[in-house]
Write a protein that binds this ligand. Structure first.
Ligand code: NAP
Ligand code: HSE
Length: 339
């Protein structure tokens, strides 16, 4: 007997429109899992806008009452205001939330923590877009205590740095990243390191402390970085990268995002363009490296639709670490040269 599931979609921009396309393309997979999926009229700011990149027949509305009829909410609107207001009331009603919104997760943990703790929130797309890291970290890698974690978390910043290595100016590279749909609105969230810090905050709560505070992420972005500095690094066999790290320091967990100089052979230096990399070092797992697409509509949609497939398969949402983990005393984490 096929179960009917109604999807309430919030947002149909870069990410949301790709989610709509992928939901349509994977209908028979959902049916093989025992679910008939119906997408309700999509909640957007301006339903009169022409949208030619969504499945034929998709309906749009500006009336958030549409969410009342939904069983599962997909949020790809962004921000910490209206988006939170919309999803909070649905979570209170016990519904499942699938979201790509790392800003909301990082900054409004006061509201969202209980729902993530009880497994209602799936958020693979919020960190490294289409590259699965939250699944492994909340699954297999939970058998390890974290020793250290480092990651390239901003598709936009990595794209800018790669293009600057090719000789593009910072301004031209940022404009290209915006045109490709990688950047946040406003893009200062990317270049100031804030977006990477949002993702690092999600990772810190999942790996080391469910109460890791947003205010405790130390953040520096790419502002003021000259093409000369980027090119000089390449000439010396190095790469400039924006890296987020969670490391033990003076008996506490320390989380920081900043531009660093890496040897060109370092695993974190291998991701070019908008690709991201995470290097996790666990006491049992050893070093695990995951690399893949870090921004863009389709790769992000792949993680959100993957969350739905997991939910149908009975996998719970991405739960934070149940409690603060012991800070390792005898582990010396890797140190990078900061710029
Ligand atoms: P976007 O292209 O700007 O799309 C935002 C969507 O939200 C639009 O459809 C917009 O409606 C709708 N919206 C905005 N305000 C609204 C309101 N008050 N009421 C109803 N709908 C509203 O943004 P995006 O790039 O898809 O990003 C969406 C989310 O995904 C963000 O949280 C972002 O951080 C996250 N994310 C993005 C990427 C990426 O590569 N872009 C990757 C991973 C995660 P209109 O279409 O009518 O304007
Ligand atoms: N603006 C984000 C980035 C989108 O460039 O990484 C993916 O989260």
């Amino acid at each position: 007997m096929m179960k009917r599931v109604r999807i309430g979609m919030i947002g149909s921009g870069t990410v949301g429109s790709s989610v709509l396309g992928l939901l349509e393309a994977r209908k028979s997979l959902f049916e093989s899992q025992g679910y008939k999926v119906k997408v309700l009229p999509v909640l957007v700011r301006d339903p009169s806008k022409t949208r030619d990149n969504v499945p034929l027949g998709t309906q749009f509305t500006a009336d958030d009452k549409v969410l009342e009829d939904a069983d599962i909410i997909f949020e790809s609107m962004g921000g910490t205001g209206k988006a939170l207001e919309l999803v909070q009331s649905q979570l209170q009603d016990g519904k499942i939330l699938i979201t790509a919104n790392k800003a909301m997760l990082a900054e409004r943990w006061d509201v969202l923590k209980p729902y993530t703790m009880n497994g209602q929130v799936y958020c693979e797309a919020s960190v490294m877009a289409g590259t699965p890291v939250l699944g492994p970290l909340t699954g297999t890698l939970r058998s390890s205590n974290t020793l250290e974690l480092h990651a390239i978390l901003s598709g936009t910043c990595n794209y800018i740095l790669t293009r600057m290595e090719d000789g593009a100016t910072y301004e031209a590279a940022l404009a290209e990243a915006q045109a490709k749909g990688y950047a946040e609105d406003p893009p200062t969230l990317d270049v100031a390191g804030t977006d990477a810090a949002h993702k690092l905050c999600v990772l810190a709560r999942i790996t080391v402390d469910p109460n890791f505070a947003w205010a405790d992420i130390h953040t520096r972005g790419l502002e003021g970085l000259s093409s000369q500095r980027v090119l000089e690094a390449v000439r010396n066999g190095k790469r400039v990268k924006l890296v987020g790290s969670i490391v033990p320091k003076n008996g506490q967990w320390h989380a920081t995002v900043r531009p660093v100089l890496l040897d060109a052979e370092h695993p974190l230096a291998q991701s070019a363009s908008s690709r991201n990399t995470m290097l996790f070092h666990g006491d049992a797992s050893g070093i695990v490296i995951v690399q893949g697409g870090g921004a863009g509509g389709l790769v992000t949609a792949s993680a959100m639709v993957g969350d739905l497939i997991d939910h149908f398969a009975g996998v719970t949402g991405h739960q934070p670490s149940p409690e603060a983990t012991r800070v390792p005393q005898n582990h010396t984490p890797e140190v990078f040269a900061e710029l």
